[in-house]
Write a new protein. Structure first.
Lengths: 121, 121
């Protein structure tokens, strides 16, 4: 494979809530996604999910608190934990999660992406 | 867990070639490490290893080519592939790799870190 430049890959798409695969290793995916607005409450039964903010501010609502992430901050949502990403303004995120991870977890929604697109090459 | 600020965690240590654990999920570690100089040639038998440059420039020497990474660029070294990280000046790296990964892979060296320190909390 070749190296991946995160900013170059982010410049290749402008849709929201559609994760793009930019790397795969050890059964895990590295994905990039742009978010704006409120997502659905959901959880992942068997996957922990890492959100790293590359640009902007992301609030991850949990049932008992909000986690507010700005650039260069990450949070790991453990498997089974209900969460709802909220982006008041556009935010750019790197996700690190198992290949099996569905973006809406246990919920079927109009924004469910069952087969994320790869933009590795 | 709480959120992790990468720059804050990087400010907590100044030693080279000593990966620090800042996250764990799905059997994988997120580590931060500062590198300067030339590392040893090595490979990992069963682990793919991701290097993401947060600051500076890293050259990953492979047997057939060099991969030069600057800020916001990553490269995945597949399992079994010989590689040698080289940092002419100090470089700050985020690593994604399985919990089982030893920094020097198949090689025992004075810089082998068999039990990386966690700085999550």
């Amino acid at each position: 494979m070749d190296k991946i430049n995160l900013l170059e890959k982010l410049s290749q798409f402008n849709d929201y809530w559609k994760p793009k695969i930019v790397g795969e290793l050890n059964g895990q995916h590295i994905k990039l996604v742009k978010l704006k607005g409120e997502f659905v409450w959901h959880h992942h039964d068997i996957e922990d999910e890492l959100f790293l903010v590359l640009k902007g501010t992301l609030t991850i609502r949990l049932k008992d608190r909000d986690v507010v992430l700005t650039e260069n901050e990450f949070f790991i949502v453990p498997r089974g934990i209900e969460h709802k990403p909220v982006a008041i303004k556009e935010v750019h995120i790197l996700l690190f999660e198992p290949v099996s991870t569905l973006n809406t977890g246990n919920v079927q929604d109009s924004r469910t992406v069952s087969r994320p697109v790869s933009i590795i090459s």
